[in-house]
Design a protein around this ligand. Structure first.
Ligand code: ADP
Length: 397
């Protein structure tokens, strides 16, 4: 069965096509990105095995981009024979609100609910909907599946998801912690269980998804019980361009300082803060790590980032009571030995001992990087959100 995974952003569509033969056997046959949509020089980049194909043309909406991707895959590259071959399309949807605790087949009711959640994810959900509409048009006979970033965290208990503000805001408007990156936290916790040969339902893990966006989750017996992102993906760790946790009164102060310009403050906290804000140069962790000893601001940014990861790890150790493993994933988690070391050093008295030799390098495959006598294991598990979405599609259909 051919399963197409789509991740539609405001001006882009990421895609990956899988063939699923038997349960558990997923082969990726092609992947790519259509971006700069709505601009004169929209671009499609497709990877087919080792080969790369590029196509530049004005594409003024998601539908046109998808039509062009299909034309390249069917007519030009002959990766598939026709659109009917694709039986299921899996969509990454950022916000599913409180309604969806797992993936669903998309019907009119689901579309209405995704629209209802636009208020919580004004940048992401409208783009995700564009992807769904384009896909329904292009693959009219396929089953469309929605996989929500928020779904995995629907198991949080009320004491973890209710904020200490008047309860009526929750009842009336749904103001609460939702959490994000659920597909990744779920995927790596299951991959760890598989790696050590134990059921995920018997394991307690702390998963650190560290990329441009970053979040930590506490997972008890396979279920998320707390996570650092909240009502929006702004809460929690400091990130590439996002501030993460700060004093709520500081937001009010910023609003006042910016002449009540809410959009300006929104931009500061979401786009001009984090690594970018502290270094005043870049949101990219790699050059910051490379300049740790050379530039004071790079050292400061790395120190802040890893200190916050460590604080979340510590607090989730307390929340979980017993922890089997601390898992690192995402672009930074998989590639930055410095961040992994700084986030877990000096925790021997809590039973956390990193093996500094095993920690060296970038990880394309899962590995344990703690010492054999560490009470709590430390692991690097590469995430694969597209594969996880394809697996969800296969499970549902
Ligand atoms: P996104 O949230 O956009 O999916 P990724 O998971 O791809 O982000 O992570 C991107 C981050 O990973 C960037 O900050 C990048 O600098 C960082 N990164 C990638 N490779 C390395 C490396 N070798 N060392 C340190 N950081 C790295």
């Amino acid at each position: 069965m051919h399963i197409l995974v789509l991740n539609a952003g405001s001006s882009s569509i990421k895609f990956e096509l899988f063939i699923n033969k038997t349960p558990g056997d997923f082969k990726s046959i092609t992947s790519g990105l259509a971006d700069r949509l709505y601009l004169a020089e929209s671009k499609i980049k497709i990877k087919i095995g080792e080969r790369k194909v590029e196509f530049v043309k004005e594409m003024l909406d998601h539908s046109t981009a998808l039509e062009n991707v299909i034309r390249i895959l069917v007519e030009q590259e002959k990766v598939i024979e026709n659109t009917e071959q694709i039986k299921v399309v899996g969509h990454r949807i950022v916000h599913g609100g409180e309604k969806y605790a797992s993936s669903v087949v998309i019907d009119d009711e689901v579309i209405a609910e995704i629209e209802n959640c636009v208020q919580f994810a004004p940048l992401h959900n409208p783009a995700n909907l564009k992807g769904i509409y384009a896909s329904k048009k292009a693959f009219s006979s396929a089953i469309q599946v929605g996989v929500f970033d928020t779904a995995f965290h629907q198991t949080l208990p009320p004491h973890a998801y209710i904020y200490g503000i008047p309860y009526s805001y929750y009842k009336k408007y749904g103001v609460r912690r939702y959490g994000f990156h659920g597909t990744s936290h779920d995927f790596v916790s299951k991959a760890y269980a598989e790696m050590i040969g134990k059921p995920v339902s018997e394991l307690n893990v702390i998963t650190c998804h560290l990329g441009n966006g970053a979040s930590v989750a506490a997972i008890k017996n396979g279920k998320s019980i707390d996570t650092s992102m909240g009502f929006t993906p702004l809460e929690g760790l400091m990130m590439g361009t996002r501030s993460g946790d700060l004093d709520p009164a500081l937001v009010l102060w910023l609003v006042e300082k910016n002449n009540n310009d809410i959009d300006a403050v929104n931009r500061i906290l979401n786009k001009e803060s984090g690594f970018l804000g502290v270094t005043e140069e870049t949101n990219d962790c790699k050059p910051i790590e490379d300049n740790y000893d050379k530039a004071e601001k790079c050292k400061l940014a790395m120190d802040i980032f890893s200190y916050r990861v460590k604080k979340y790890i510590g607090s989730y150790m307390a929340a979980l009571g017993r922890v089997d493993c601390i898992i690192f994933t995402g672009g930074i988690g998989e590639n930055s030995e410095m961040i992994r070391e700084m986030s877990t050093d000096n925790m021997e008295s809590f039973g956390v001992k990193l093996d500094t030799e095993k920690n060296i390098g970038r990880f394309k495959k899962s590995a344990i990087i703690s010492t054999p006598d560490s009470n709590i294991q430390i692991a690097v598990i590469p995430t694969n959100e597209q594969l996880s979405i394809a697996q969800e599609c296969a499970k549902l259909t």
